[in-house]
Design a protein around this ligand. Structure first.
Ligand code: NDP
Length: 244
């Protein structure tokens, strides 16, 4: 495992304990990156790191709650002190919750904004000088919900639309400093996102079944398929793509 080409590069991946972030951890480490794994559950992060190391990859865990600004600052400092810098930042941590304009509580709104939008903003702001130093790049995990309106996921849709605009604004501001910023906007992907939001196993089964007709290719995506696009956007092959 591992390619010499990226052996001196560091990828910071939030949400690395599950789903798309976890798949990114394997994809980047498989290409030689040293990966910094960020999420709240240290047991899950350690299990991912152990699996990566067992395949010859390099992984370190940095547990933390990304709704806490202070923890983000300390995390970034520790990552740079341990690994020497940051080449790629993948902001994958996120949550979803149901709610309409009539019944979304301010508390739910704030929670979704904090983790889905404020955390990527603050991660990027803390990491930006390190990214500039290495002419690195960022991939934010947004959603199809950032581009289209869907009923009963109001705060989620607004938070992801914010991620798209954060991506475009930061891309414009950082382009001259050699830092690219892009986002991916996946459709339904088989991860723990919906079950974590309180959907039962049966509701999730029905949701996946319904998703066959709402997705033109007749199925939902797998986290590895999203990680593939994220890896492409972070790679030199995408050297002329920013703000997308
Ligand atoms: P998962 O639930 O599988 O993973 C979510 C990740 O976010 C976990 O690693 C979780 O780790 C982390 N996380 C949640 N809250 C916090 C927090 N407060 N601090 C630190 N980490 C946190 O879902 P996905 O992999 O699907 O989600 C990844 C991203 O993909 C999200 O931004 C989501 O919105 C987006 N997305 C998902 C789609 C899907 O259908 N699955 C479709 C489109 C976009 P821990 O619990 O250990 O903290």
């Amino acid at each position: 495992m591992g390619s010499c080409k990226n052996s001196d590069k560091v990828a910071v991946i939030t949400g690395a304990s599950s789903g798309i972030g976890r798949a990114c951890a394997f994809r980047f480490s498989g290409e030689g990156y040293s990966v910094a794994l960020v999420a709240r559950r240290s047991d899950e992060l350690l299990a991912v790191a152990e699996e990566i190391r067992s395949k010859g990859g390099k992984a370190d865990v940095f547990p933390g709650d990304l709704t806490d600004e202070k923890q983000i600052e300390e995390l970034v400092e520790r990552i740079v002190a341990t690994l020497g810098g940051i080449d790629v930042l993948v902001n994958a941590a996120g949550v979803i919750a149901n709610g309409t304009i009539e019944n979304t509580s301010t508390e739910d709104w704030d929670h979704l904004m904090n983790i889905n939008l404020r955390a990527p903003f603050h991660m990027l702001r803390c990491a930006v000088s390190h990214l500039i130093a290495r002419k690195g790049n960022v991939v934010n995990v947004s959603s199809v919900n950032g581009q289209r309106a869907f009923p009963n996921v109001l705060a989620y849709c607004v938070s992801k639309a914010g991620v798209d605009q954060l991506t475009r604004c930061a891309a414009l501001e950082l382009a001259g400093k050699g830092v690219r910023v892009n986002a991916v906007n996946p459709g339904v992907t088989r991860t723990h996102l919906h079950l974590s939001s309180g959907m039962t196993e049966e509701e999730y089964r029905q949701f996946l079944e319904r998703s066959k007709s709402t997705h033109p290719l007749g199925r939902v995506g797998e986290p590895e398929e999203v990680a593939e696009l994220i890896f492409f956007l972070a790679s030199d092959k995408a050297s002329w793509i920013t703000g997308e």
